[in-house]
Ligand binder design. Structure first.
Ligand code: HEM
Length: 429
């Protein structure tokens, strides 16, 4: 049980090998259920959400995102908080950001210059995706503070990955926990300044979700801050880990980079319009295939608030349910040769149908990932543009070991030798 919360992947593989994809662990007040079988997951996601609790005692996220965050709340509080930010994720609004996402990717590529030493493309992606998330959700003004947010989030995110014992609540000064509390206070101070700006200048920045949140009488300032921290924190750590895995897989699997590039050369010209996303079909399949093998959340926790029946199993009240997109994505019944990286498995209609239950990197149902469409859009556009403009050669020829329990990422990042492709080599899209 200790290992599963520290380094989950090898434990999940071993448990599945020995017992199958649905496993109960522990005894007495400390019980866990691993659920990684696609049909069982379909049942789990269609069970009414009041059968579960997200604000449970093992939810360590609350220390960083705040007790008022939707991600650790339940019932009417959760509904109200989630509803307050939904406008930022409407399909129409997201589609409007497509040219900006490509433009920000171009800026990040231009900033690379002509590097003579390997570049950590994981770091490259973190910075880029942080800027995209802050810009698209909170507007240009807040985006100017994106690097400050990045620095202030580093320590809290590392702390959430530290062993559970280190994270026991206390208020002892000069400890890692105290420093994380101070980082969160500094983040809050920036957000408070922005809240004050929007109150003083109402309706001047319709691009910013914050402009809408400050007019929402159902939310306290503390709740506004917690949702902002949640969206930034959850929005870039996960997506940039996924981009790093995509870069590893796409450069190490023969043929993938060339196909990404020729599709991008055909579809992604200098003028980028909204329909381009639908035309980047191969990039979309590379994204899906990467998230199948490397979902950012290997396990996601919720507590059973009542006894819950899943298939032939009863999960008793109080059990910590760890559902696993990782196990579902590697289920040998659902995916032929599950460990093979093959984006073309998403090209056929049968695979798409199977994916309905076995492809769940964003969860499903009322508590699914609120940023699922934004994340997929970013990953597809970024990989296409990067393949179009850069030659990347990883410094090693094997996919790294995964690390991270809250967010699963490649150990050591993604160090790669980078050559910028000459302008005249681009076919005109
Ligand atoms: C590849 C990128 C991402 C992955 C794999 C991912 C995955 C997930 C998963 C597995 C959940 C939990 C579902 C559950 O508990 O059942 C979740 C929840 C959430 N995600 Fe994401 N996510 C990603 C990107 C994003 C982005 C871009 C944002 C926002 C900008 C975001 C915001 C959230 C929020 C706020 C929740 C909590 C929703 C709620 O409790 O109602 N995520 N995500």
């Amino acid at each position: 049980m200790r290992n599963i919360l520290r380094d989950p992947q090898p434990v999940l593989d071993e448990l599945r090998e020995t017992y199958g994809p649905v496993v109960g662990l522990g005894a007495g007040p400390m019980r866990m259920a691993i659920v990684g079988e696609p049909d069982a997951l379909r049942e789990l996601f269609s069970t009414p959400v009041d059968a579960f609790k997200w604000g449970h005692k093992f939810n360590v996220l609350g220390f960083v995102v705040g007790d008022g965050s939707m991600i650790v709340s339940d019932g009417p509080d959760h509904k109200r908080r989630r509803a307050s930010v939904l406008t930022a994720f409407s399909r129409r609004r997201l589609n409007g950001w497509i040219p900006t996402i490509v433009a920000l990717t171009d800026e990040a590529i231009d900033e690379l210059g002509a590097p003579t030493v390997p570049v950590d493309m994981y770091r490259f992606g973190r910075k880029l995706i942080l800027h995209i998330v802050v810009r698209t959700i909170f507007g240009a003004r807040m985006a100017e503070r994106a690097d400050e947010f990045g620095d202030l989030f580093e320590r809290p995110q590392a702390y959430l990955e530290s062993p559970a014992l280190r994270q026991l609540p206390h208020r002892i000064p000069y400890t890692r926990r105290a420093r994380v509390r101070a980082d969160r206070a500094a983040i809050d101070a920036i957000i408070d300044g922005e809240i004050a700006h929007h109150r003083a200048n109402p309706e001047t920045d319709p691009e910013s979700l914050l402009a809408a949140l400050v007019t929402n009488e159902g939310l306290s300032d503390a709740e506004i801050r917690d949702q902002v921290v949640t969206l930034i924190g959850a929005g870039y750590d996960t997506t940039s880990a996924s981009l790093a895995w995509m870069l590893w897989r796409a450069t190490l699997t023969p043929g993938v980079w060339d196909r990404l590039r020729s599709e991008a050369d055909q579809q992604l010209g200098d003028r980028v319009d909204e329909p381009v996303l639908a035309r980047l079909e191969y990039a979309n399949h590379v994204m899906r295939e990467t998230l199948r093998l490397h979902p950012a959340g290997v396990i996601a926790p919720r507590e059973a608030a009542t006894d819950v029946a899943i298939g032939k199993y009863t999960i008793t009240k109080g059990t910590l349910i760890l559902w696993s997109a990782y196990l579902a994505g590697r289920d040998p019944e659902a995916w032929p040769e599950p460990l093979r990286f093959d984006p073309d498995r998403f090209a056929d209609a049968d695979a798409r149908t199977r994916a309905e239950t076995a492809w769940v990197p964003f969860g499903r149902g009322a508590r699914n990932c609120i940023g699922f469409a934004l994340a997929q859009m970013e990953l597809t556009l970024i990989i296409a543009r990067v393949a179009q403009r850069l030659d990347l050669v990883p410094v090693t020829s094997t996919v790294p070991r995964p690390v991270g329990m809250v967010v699963n990422r490649p150990e050591g990042g993604a160090p790669m030798r980078v050559t910028v492709r000459k302008e005249e080599e681009h076919a005109d899209g």
